[in-house]
Structure formats: structure tokens, C-alpha cells
Design a protein around this ligand. Structure first.
Ligand SMILES: Nc1ncnc2c1ncn2[C@@H]1O[C@H](COP(=O)(O)OP(=O)(O)OP(=O)(O)O)[C@@H](O)[C@H]1O
Ligand SMILES: [Mg+2]
Length: 266
């Protein structure tokens, strides 16, 4: 369980970024996080995995506390963070080295390394690219290698900070399906995005606004109750379609399924 308790954060004292925010993320949840540009989403992600320290309040992963220096390395291992730009994430020269790099720091045996390398690359469908170099890979492939490097550390939680935003539609699809597969296997997923169609299938949606949580609940409830224009956002296609056609069925994440269900009930 990841707990934020009255978290307060600023870079510059004159500008509060996270304002007295409390929330709990349970094991196995798929949580989407949205909010306008600069509202503090990436800051929140870095507070969650201990890359940043709170100014007030606490962030805890079970008994581990990001304020305890001796806990931070373990928190980093348990909470993986995938960033937006795939080019910023490759630090070694080959796919294999990229995945092994982190493992060398946590003193994993050679045999265990081989197992973890194979498992991690298979999970992101990059097992045929062990010797490939960064310039030989697409943005989506680089992003998948970054994910493999994290998976090899056997984390409990993965935070994707706009990890889909620089990818082409195919790369985005692949990355989303990996996220859903990891979730199906029991991993807690935190997906920060500005693509609202990606949040419809989450278990829970958080809306961050001016450093505070403005909404915390089911995505379908969010689209039925919150005025998106107030936050400078537009409804995803499934929501607009549901409204335009005044469907009698509840709003569904998959608009094709929604249409089929409506038609088949007649
Ligand atoms: N290292 C930093 N030093 C000072 N100010 C920062 C730093 N990083 C971010 N900020 C400021 O903090 C605020 C929140 O930034 P943050 O990156 O967390 O927002 P975000 O919601 O992730 O934005 P985006 O949608 O653009 O990714 C912004 O006003 C930003 O300019
Ligand atoms: Mg950001």
C-alpha cells in the first residue's frame, strides 16, 4: 500500500506545487492520473518513489518511508518510474546491458540475472533484440526496454509518467497492452496521461488541479459528473458518442462494444 499523508511540496517557497494531498493506493490497483500542464503530476510521481522529498507530510510504501535515507533505495526498487522521452532513458549501449545495469547494483547472482533478463525482455516482447543498440530501435521499442530494465528489478508498482505521449499509435497500443498485462499479473499501475481515452479503462481516476486532488473515483463517474471544460479538457470519443446518440446503456470504455450492446438490446 502506498500512502501519502498530508503531503506538501514546493520547488520555490513562493509557489506551492502539491498542497496538503492525502491519498492511498492499494496493491493491484490501476490508477490513472490526469491534470492540466504544470499542475504537478510529474512532481507527484517523483514524490511517490522518493526521488523528491516532501516539505511537509509523509509518503510511505507499507513500512518504508521516503524520508528515511536507508529506505529510499528499496523504494526505488519497488516503485519503477517510466518517463516520457524514450531517448532519455537509455544509459548503456545495448538492450542486454540496459536490463543488466540495475541488477548489478542489487547483487543478483549470475544465474538469477539470466532468468530475470529473459523474463523482462519477454514481458515487453523484446527478446529478439538483446544485442541491439539504441539507434536501431524505435521510440516504442526504447520505451519497452526501459520497462524491461525496471521489470528486472521485480517492482511492485510501476508509474508511467506520460510514457505513451511521444509514441506513434502502434507504439502506444503496445505499451498500453503491456501495462494491462502487468496489471493482470498483479502489479499496481499508476498511469499519468493527457490522453483521456486511455483513462476510461482504469479502476480509478485522480484529477490533480493546482496541487490538490479534485476528483478521486471511477473514470465513468468522472465523465458523468465533472465538467471537463472547467479544467481545459475535452471528453474522449466514447463519452461524446454516448452523449450525442443519447444511448440508454451506461457509458462504456470501449465505444465499439457500447454501440454493439445498444444495438443488440433492441
Ligand atoms: N525542477 C524544478 N524546479 C523548479 N520548478 C519546477 C521543477 N520541475 C517542475 N517545476 C514546476 O513545478 C510545476 C509542476 O511541474 P510538473 O512537471 O510536476 O507538472 P506536470 O503536471 O507534470 O506538467 P506536464 O503536464 O507539463 O507534464 C510547474 O509549474 C513546473 O514549472
Ligand atoms: Mg509531467
Amino acid at each position: 500500500m502506498l500512502t501519502l499523508d498530508h503531503v506538501h511540496f514546493y520547488y520555490d517557497k513562493a509557489q506551492t506545487i502539491i498542497d496538503d494531498l492525502s491519498l492511498t493506493i492499494n496493491d493491484g490497483e490501476f490508477v490513472a492520473v490526469i491534470g492540466g500542464n504544470g499542475c504537478g503530476k510529474s512532481t507527484l510521481a517523483r514524490l511517490m518513489n522518493g526521488l523528491l522529498q516532501t516539505r511537509k507530510g509523509r509518503v510511505k510504501l507499507d513500512h518504508l518511508d521516503t524520508a528515511n535515507v536507508k529506505d529510499v533505495a528499496e523504494i526505488h526498487r519497488q516503485i519503477g518510474l517510466v518517463f516520457q522521452n524514450p531517448d532519455d532513458q537509455f544509459i548503456t549501449t545495448t538492450v542486454m546491458d540496459e536490463v543488466l545495469f540495475g541488477l548489478e547494483n542489487i547483487r543478483v547472482s549470475r544465474d538469477e540475472m539470466t532468468i530475470r533478463l529473459d523474463d523482462a525482455l519477454r514481458a515487453v516482447q523484446m527478446e529478439d533484440y538483446t544485442d541491439a543498440m539504441p539507434h536501431e530501435l524505435s521510440g516504442g521499442q526504447k520505451q519497452r526496454v526501459a520497462i524491461a530494465a525496471i521489470l528486472a528489478m521485480r517492482p511492485r508498482i510501476m508509474i508511467f509518467d506520460e510514457a505513451t505521449s511521444m509514441l506513434d499509435p502502434q507504439g502506444r497500443e503496445q505499451l498500453l497492452s503491456i501495462m494491462y498485462e502487468l496489471h493482470r499479473q498483479g502489479m499496481t499501475i499508476i498511469h499519468i496521461t493527457h490522453h483521456l481515452e486511455e483513462v476510461l479503462t482504469a479502476d480509478r481516476l485522480l484529477l490533480l488541479h493546482e496541487g490538490r486532488l479534485e476528483f478521486d473515483g471511477h473514470p465513468l463517474t468522472f465523465f458523468n459528473t465533472v465538467c471537463l471544460k472547467d479544467y481545459g479538457m475535452d471528453s474522449p470519443f466514447a463519452v461524446r458518442l454516448h452523449r450525442a446518440l443519447q444511448l440508454s446503456l451506461p457509458l462504456m470504455a470501449d465505444w465499439k462494444e457500447m454501440i454493439t450492446s445498444q444495438w443488440s438490446t433492441r
